[in-house]
Design a protein around this ligand. Structure first.
Ligand code: GAL
Length: 446
């Protein structure tokens, strides 16, 4: 039985027009092709459903496509290949990322290594305090060479002992897209803004020789055992004066380092832990009475500052001919100041003077009998260790440390690698400084 194609009414075989709607019967279809008008009415609904499904599919595909593009774009910022997230590096054993992300105390977990988008090279920024002291020049040179040998680009800056300059230099390094920072701070607590920036950019930070204070952004610390430096100096005085075996008492004065440098306190405490028992027993007498760190500290480690305080002490307490048997100095620049002061304002027998760094002028003074010892901190060793650590961080390897307890910067205990310092005197300087290729003999005697 045919049906009207227009309204679906039943037609007779010989109808020329539909009796219901008047449409020509040639618009009629057979029952096989058109089962019922109601179905015919549903046809637009089915079409809508299909269109809806297609539309939803398109939307879904678009969403997935956009998400895919986002992920692909962001892989530029995600370590790939040898690079892995800090979370992975710092705690391979801990598979529970959620727990780690929730752990506010361990911000290392939140920092992936960042590779500059669109760049194959990796740049390490090195911020050194000053060129004024010989050692920092050597530190910078060795460190640059070591890092370049690993294939990294190096941006090495010196801050002329000016905190604001160091701050802006580090900020510039971050702005220029450096991938890792190595900082020897002028003042440990003054780089907070730059460190916060580094944290936002997920740039790992290694504190070099001096600890970065009051900030939890600092990831690692590489230094010499600073407390041990102090004990070597203190023990040298005890041994040389033979305090355990001779009777009588000896006079001593103290100079300490820069209060803005965390190392200075470690050196002083190390030395005083050795010397205090002798002060308490009266074997050592500090004639000026100045033994508090704050009284004997030397701003900026400057030779002239150490010299001016030493002159004041000498004029006030030793002008009457009192002898000084020992003067504890934390490093070579301050020792030089005390040596200058002794030359101008002191006429007694020459005291034991300690130092640290084995700067050339101080080794020369040592050979001339004006300085008794220095503590050698081989900057080649330090540079090698820091470069290795930087490489371990950047390559996503386990980072080697040997101290996880000592260096609390006020916000966190910074995992550290401590190198061992060496006592140098006129008896062993050839072996330690010349034979090892650190200096030529000409540099020390010329
Ligand atoms: C300290 C460093 C010493 C000495 C001093 C003066 O932080 O550990 O070796 O060089 O600064 O620059």
């Amino acid at each position: 039985m045919p049906y009207c194609r227009n309204c679906g009414a039943e037609l007779e075989d010989n109808d020329r027009f539909c009796a219901k709607c008047g449409s020509p019967a040639d618009q009629a279809v057979s029952g096989a092709a058109q089962s019922s008008p109601s179905k015919k009415q549903k046809k637009p609904k089915n079409t809508g459903l299909i269109i809806t499904i297609i539309s939803l599919s398109l939307v879904l595909v678009s969403v997935l496509a956009v998400a895919g593009v986002y992920i692909v774009q962001n892989t530029d910022l995600i370590p790939s290949g040898n690079y892995s997230s800090k979370k992975d590096r710092d705690d391979d054993d801990d598979k529970d990322d959620k727990d780690k992300d929730d752990d506010d105390d361990d911000d290392d977990d939140k920092k992936p290594v960042v590779i500059k988008p669109g760049s194959n090279s990796i740049t390490v920024g090195i911020s050194m305090p000053t060129k004024d002291l010989q050692r920092w020049n050597q530190d910078g040179d060795y460190l640059k060479k070591e890092l370049e040998a690993y294939g990294y680009e190096v941006d090495l800056e010196y801050a002329a002992n000016d905190v604001a300059t160091q701050l802006s230099q580090v900020e510039n390094m971050i702005d220029s897209g450096c991938d890792l920072l190595i900082i020897a701070a002028i003042e440990g607590s003054s780089l907070g803004e730059a460190l916060d920036m580094a944290e936002q950019m997920n740039i790992p930070v290694i504190a070099y020789d001096r600890l970065l204070m009051e900030n939890d952004t600092v990831d690692y610390y590489v230094t010499f055992d600073n407390y041990m430096v102090g004990t070597i100096q203190g023990q040298y005085i005890v041994d040389t004066l033979n305090l355990d075996n001779v009777s009588g008492s000896f006079t001593i004065e103290f100079t300490a380092g820069d209060p803005g440098d965390n190392n200075a306190l470690f050196f002083y405490i190390g030395a005083m832990d050795v010397l205090n028992p002798y002060i308490d027993s009266g074997k050592l007498v500090c004639v000026s009475g100045q033994t508090d760190f704050s009284d004997v500290a030397t701003a900026s480690w400057k030779t002239e500052n150490a010299q001016s305080r030493a002159e004041t002490v000498l004029n006030a307490y030793y002008a009457d001919g009192t002898n000084i048997d020992a003067w504890l100095c934390p490093n070579d620049s301050t020792a030089l100041g005390v040596e200058n002061a002794l030359e101008y304002c002191y006429f007694g027998s020459y005291p034991i003077i300690t130092g640290q760094d084995c700067d050339i002028s101080n080794i020369k003074n040592m050979l001339a009998g004006k300085q008794s010892m220095s503590v050698f901190k081989d900057t080649r060793t330090l540079a090698q260790r820091v470069a290795l650590m930087a490489d371990q961080i950047l390559q996503g390897q386990t980072v080697e440390v040997n101290d996880t307890e000592t260096y609390d910067n006020g916000k966190k205990v910074v995992p550290a690698f401590l190198c061992e310092p060496t006592l140098v005197t006129s008896s062993n300087y050839i072996e330690i400084l010349v034979d090892s290729g650190y200096y030529t003999e000409d540099q020390l005697t010329g």
